[in-house]
Every structure is written in structure tokens, then in C-alpha cells.
Design a protein around this ligand. Structure first.
Ligand code: FPP
Length: 252
């Protein structure tokens, strides 16, 4: 007779199915300010920590073989923040772009910008365009990072609508011929697959003007983890969750 019950062995941890990974992930990098406040640090320290997380997660996506990652770095509404915070975010972007210019060929990724860069200070705007052009020239890249900067989903739709209307006025297209495929060619995301998975950390349950058109059929994943604490393990958890979803795209 056994004096104690033998513990049932716990099931092995679930592993990711590499054949069912999303092709495109969107991330709203939220919670930097709260992360800093919890530590008695200035909000800018939260953005600096968030930028490090961005780097870690971008490399993790590349290592998993996920071709596209889109991150929300600065929205069309973020100009309302104190000038000091806006400048700190611009400074971080500058730092990471200079690093990317040096490493992207070796590390196998390219950077593309979504958003209207017109109001971005000229020197940083030039650096954004230079980094984008350098990435476009690199051959055989398998991981693309789209950085949404001065981006808003509604603003993107308006810019696309204006460009399409101008093409109609110039006789290059006909209003009655407009369909989803044609319109999507006017978006910042032209030529890319829609995001399969959109992740928002920090406990907020909204999309905040992120990839408004493209997220129509995205699976959404929310977590309370603040962005600077977001780790490859948290991303893997989101991916496991994603692999259990039944995607029907309006079918049955
Ligand atoms: C949202 O958190 C975060 C931002 C508005 C800025 C994100 C910027 C970075 C991670 C750094 C720069 C980007 C790159 C790509 C190098 P929040 O400040 O709204 O956080 P809160 O809701 O806790 O206040």
C-alpha cells in the first residue's frame, strides 16, 4: 500500500509550431510611462527601457522566422506630450537608426516607415529616409520592421484617399473601379500582408488608431505586462495563444 500519492508528471511545456506562426505581427509598445513611474524614474527612462525591449523583440521575431513586425513608436496624437518627452523619443529613434544602419545588412533586416514624416525634424527625417533606402538596397532580407512614426490609422486612410483622388483627377484611375486591392496600394503598408496578430501590452484594451485598415481580421492579444518588461517569453506566450485561435475570416 502506498503511503503517499505519486504526483502526476506535469505535461511537457507547450512548444510553438513553426508552421503556424504569424507572417506579420503588430505591437503597440505601451506602458513605458507607467513602468518608469512605478520606479520613481522620469517617463523618458521608460521610453529608453522600451526601446531596448523593441530591439530584443525585433531580433526574437527575426530568429523565429517571422517576416514582418510593425511597431507603434509615435502616433499622430503623441505631439500633445511635453516637448521634453517628444524630444527623448526622437533621440531614441535616432540612436536606434544609427545602430540599424551599421548592423542591418549583417543582421538580415530592413526598416520601413509608416506615417507622415513631414513634421519630423529635418535631420531625423533624413536619417529615417536614409535607413529605409539602405534597407531597400540590401538583398535577401527576410525580416522587415515597420516603424510607425507620426502614424495614425485614420491619417493613413486620409492620405491614401487624397492620393487616390488625385490619381482619379489626373485620369489615372476611375472611381467605379476602386476595390479593396486597389485602395490598399495607396496605404503605407502597400505590398505587405495584413497583420495576423496585434499585441497590446500594459492592460489597455483598445487599438488606439493602429493599423486601422490592416487589422480588420487580425487576432488581438492583450497582456498586463508593461512594454519594458515584455520579453521573448511573453511573445512566445502570445504566439501559443495565437496558434489556438480558429481564423475564419467571415467564413465557417
Ligand atoms: C507608449 O507608452 C509609448 C510611446 C508613445 C513611445 C514608444 C517609443 C519607444 C519604445 C522608443 C523609441 C522607438 C523606437 C522604435 C526605437 P506610454 O508612454 O503611453 O506609456 P503609459 O501609457 O504608461 O504612459
Amino acid at each position: 500500500m502506498a503511503f503517499f500519492k505519486r504526483k502526476k508528471p506535469s505535461p511537457p511545456p507547450e512548444t510553438l509550431d513553426p508552421s503556424r506562426l504569424p507572417r506579420h505581427i503588430g505591437i503597440i509598445m505601451d506602458g513605458n510611462g507607467r513602468w518608469a513611474q512605478k520606479r520613481g524614474l522620469p517617463r523618458t527612462a521608460g521610453h529608453a527601457a522600451g526601446a531596448e525591449t523593441f530591439r530584443t523583440i525585433a531580433y526574437h521575431c527575426r530568429d523565429l522566422g517571422i517576416p514582418y513586425l510593425t511597431v507603434y513608436a509615435f502616433s499622430t496624437e503623441n505631439w500633445k506630450r511635453p516637448m521634453e518627452e517628444v524630444s527623448a523619443i526622437m533621440g531614441l529613434l535616432r540612436k536606434y537608426l544609427l545602430e540599424a544602419l551599421e548592423k542591418m545588412e549583417r543582421d538580415g533586416f530592413r526598416i520601413v516607415f509608416f506615417g507622415d514624416l513631414t513634421p519630423v525634424p529635418p535631420e531625423l527625417r533624413e536619417l529615417c529616409l536614409e535607413t529605409q533606402a539602405a534597407g531597400a538596397a540590401v538583398e535577401g532580407v527576410r525580416h522587415q520592421i515597420n516603424v510607425c512614426f507620426n502614424y495614425g490609422g485614420r491619417d493613413e486612410l486620409l492620405r491614401a484617399a487624397r492620393a487616390w483622388a488625385a490619381d482619379c483627377q489626373a485620369g489615372r484611375c476611375l472611381p467605379e473601379a476602386l476595390d479593396e486591392e486597389t485602395f490598399s496600394r495607396y496605404l503605407d503598408s502597400r505590398g505587405l500582408p495584413d497583420p495576423d496578430l496585434v499585441i497590446r501590452p500594459s492592460g489597455e484594451l483598445r487599438l488606439s488608431n493602429f493599423l486601422t485598415w490592416q487589422s480588420a481580421y487580425a487576432e488581438l492579444y492583450f497582456t498586463d505586462v508593461l512594454w519594458p518588461d515584455f520579453s521573448p517569453a511573453v511573445l512566445d506566450q502570445a504566439l501559443l495563444d495565437y496558434q489556438h485561435r480558429a481564423r475564419r475570416f467571415g467564413g465557417i
